[in-house]
Design a protein around this ligand. Structure first.
Ligand SMILES: [Zn+2]
Length: 281
């Protein structure tokens, strides 16, 4: 039987339309062209803590209680992250997270958003790669994260994975959301995306697997750089979905945005985890 797997790639602080229009992201553009693109509107405040918490747990801001990057007073225990939900659905499923932003998965906190699950880590069922992009820079962190992601996909083939790439957000803060530096950073992130998706393609073909791959962001950037407010360019997010099977990359059999949704019904950030998990069921 073909095994089903899911991978969510999170690109922090990505202005999708600029990435597509500038030609800086050919791999992301190809993925969008081959699959389906859903627009999301992020809830305010549009910081990474609350944004990724909503995308990865399906809880909204008032439910997970994350309103900034300190995670002070959070109530993440009210829900379960994407990887833990995949494991809970079938305790033989392997999971993987790689991130240069520690609050996604670092047990030292703040957060983390994705539960540490040391018992599963000890037996290789949950693999965690954390780099500190805040201290050492995201160009370095993303390089390691992408390399480990390719390795994990090739060797372990986890059933559910989340891979976080942060250099676009870093460049947005340093140089602004319409700067050549921001566009170049998007180009480097896109190279990582392409290599990770290529690893999925090889794995799916070699092992007869059926992958649902999603790409999303937690917020955009204002032109001068920064986010947190309700500006349209900052709340604009997306979920790009593509299915990768031994036959290749396809839009066939992609899940509906929401159960019984009418065409044009917007996907909410809190739908993302559920949409991906449905592929495993
Ligand atoms: Zn940021």
């Amino acid at each position: 039987m073909t095994s089903r797997k899911i991978l969510l790639i999170g690109i922090d602080g990505l202005r999708l339309d600029d990435a597509l229009d500038s030609g800086a992201a050919p791999n992301l553009s190809a993925l969008v062209a081959a699959g389906a693109l859903h627009r999301l509107t992020m809830e305010v405040p549009t910081f990474s803590g609350p944004g990724w918490a909503s995308l990865l747990t399906g809880l909204d801001h008032s439910e997970h209680g994350v309103f900034d990057n300190s995670f002070h007073g959070h109530t993440l225990f009210r829900g379960t992250d994407l990887l833990t939900q995949a494991f809970a659905g079938d305790p033989t499923r392997g999971t993987f997270v790689a991130t240069g932003w520690p609050p996604i998965a670092d047990p030292q906190g703040p957060g983390p958003i994705i539960a540490t699950r040391p018992d599963q880590q000890r037996v290789g069922l949950h693999r965690v790669v954390i780099r500190d992009g805040e201290t050492y820079g995201y160009r370095y962190a993303d390089g390691d994260v992408a390399a480990f992601a390719r390795l994990a996909i090739r060797e372990a083939g986890p059933h559910a994975s989340f891979v976080y790439l942060g250099e676009a957000d870093e460049a947005g803060h340093l140089y602004g959301g319409v700067s050549p530096e921001y566009t170049s950073a998007i180009g480097r992130v896109d190279v990582h995306l392409g290599a990770i998706v290529a690893a999925v393609r090889e794995r799916a073909a070699a092992r007869d697997e059926d992958w649902l791959v999603g790409v999303t962001t937690d917020h955009g950037h204002v032109d001068q750089g920064g986010h947190g407010g309700a500006d349209e360019v900052v709340t604009a997010s997306f979920l790009a979905l593509v299915r990768i099977t031994p036959a290749g990359t396809t839009a066939d059999g992609l899940p509906l945005p929401t159960a019984g949704a009418e065409a044009g019904t917007a996907v909410r950030p809190t739908d993302v985890a559920r949409i991906l998990l449905a592929h495993l069921a």
